[in-house]
Design a protein around this ligand. Structure first.
Ligand code: SF4
Ligand code: SF4
Length: 349
């Protein structure tokens, strides 16, 4: 059997050269190795700290600290539940799920299936044209539209076949709150994927308390609101203070700008470090096309369409696995979207 061997990007010809290599069998992504490579320093530091702390303290003090942590967590959850006027047991179970997801479940998902983050573009429309985004007028336009309901449901049904419990976000380069179908789709997602973490990123222009409560009731877990204006947004800020676990509010100035696929700022920086994005995230645009990663705005690499193929067949497809393995080894120069991409390539837990 032959598969993709070394791939070299030929900038002059604007194409890549692929050498066929004899392979003995189809390789599956080596997810366990990556996971340990990535998390070992964090865990070992935590473990050393925790063990030395245990050794320095007596049994009584350890128990008292555990009690304090539980009391603090419970108090925080209870305050939030009262603000939301939510029923006691379902809300505390939801809080426990969020806490465990943050601590462990997303990482477990990566170890088991590789795939731990799914981005589905429900709408390609955005009301803004931020300067550092492909939606800005200085970039060529792409085809825009809304995802069809049956395509969205097919993705969710296929994720449910393997009990997906990672993070699911209903957006790519569109503003998700512009889509009035969102609450119904969130409800469907929660019904089919009870353990997954539904996270919505929004520019906050259409966000209000009623919509937040409605989406939370339907099953959404977290909203990351980014203020893309220079002036303060006191209303959004106060909502984030009132519902701290579910809303994070940030300014566009708070995060570093990424030269997406080397196209936004044209810095021309090339990295040789591994990129684990395609090994951990699945990006599906409004047409149902499965793309390389969230920087691939113009569909430079499409690995299949959800309407025609099964999601897991695309994910484990020969071509996708080859790309993933090359990027895992840091061969960014092989692919035109990656050659000047300055994304660190970590899994965005
Ligand atoms: S709000 Fe987000 S998707 Fe819309 S233009 Fe700005 S960065 Fe791009
Ligand atoms: S290197 Fe950049 S463009 Fe390539 S897969 Fe990683 S994040 Fe995407």
């Amino acid at each position: 059997m032959y598969g993709l061997g070394k791939i070299n990007w030929d900038a002059k010809e604007n194409t890549y050269l692929i050498r066929a290599e004899r392979i003995m069998k189809m390789e599956r992504p080596v997810v366990t190795e990556d996971f340990f490579k990535l998390s070992k320093p964090i865990y070992s530091r935590k473990m050393i700290g925790f063990t030395s702390w245990l050794m320095r303290r007596g049994k009584k003090e350890v128990l008292a600290t555990i009690q304090r942590v539980i009391k603090y967590r419970f108090g925080k959850a209870e305050r939030l539940r009262k603000n939301l006027n939510a029923p006691f047991l379902p809300y505390h179970l939801k809080y426990l799920r969020l806490y465990l997801l943050g601590l462990y479940l997303e990482k477990l998902q990566y170890r088991l299936q590789g795939l731990c983050i799914v981005n589905i573009e429900t709408t390609a429309f955005c009301n803004r044209k931020c300067d550092f985004c492909f939606n800005n007028d200085r970039f060529p336009k792409r085809e825009q539209g809304l995802m069809q309901e049956e395509v969205y449901k097919k993705v969710i049904d296929e994720l449910a076949e393997k009990n997906f419990r990672g993070r699911l976000s209903p957006h790519f380069y569109g503003e998700p709150l512009l889509d009035t179908r969102l609450p119904t789709w969130v409800e469907y997602t929660r019904m089919k994927l009870p353990l997954c973490f539904i996270a919505i990123r929004t520019n906050g222009d259409f966000f209000n308390e009623d919509l937040f409560i409605n989406l939370l009731d339907k099953g959404a877990d977290h909203f990351l609101i980014t203020n893309y204006d220079d002036e303060e947004k006191p209303l959004l800020k106060s909502l984030a203070t009132k519902y701290p676990i579910h809303i994070t509010f940030q300014s566009y100035k708070d995060f570093p700008k990424v030269d997406k696929a080397g196209e936004i700022f044209k810095i021309g920086k090339s990295l040789s470090r591994p990129c684990l994005r395609p090994a951990s995230c699945l990006v599906i645009n409004w047409k149902g096309n499965v793309l390389l990663c969230c920087q691939d705005f113009y569909e430079a690499y499409c690995f299949g369409n959800i309407r025609e193929e099964n999601l897991w067949e695309i994910w484990n497809g020969r071509q996708f696995v080859d790309f993933r393995n090359h990027l895992r080894l840091g061969h960014r120069s092989c692919f035109k979207t990656c050659v000047n991409c300055d994304d660190g390539g970590e899994i965005p837990w």
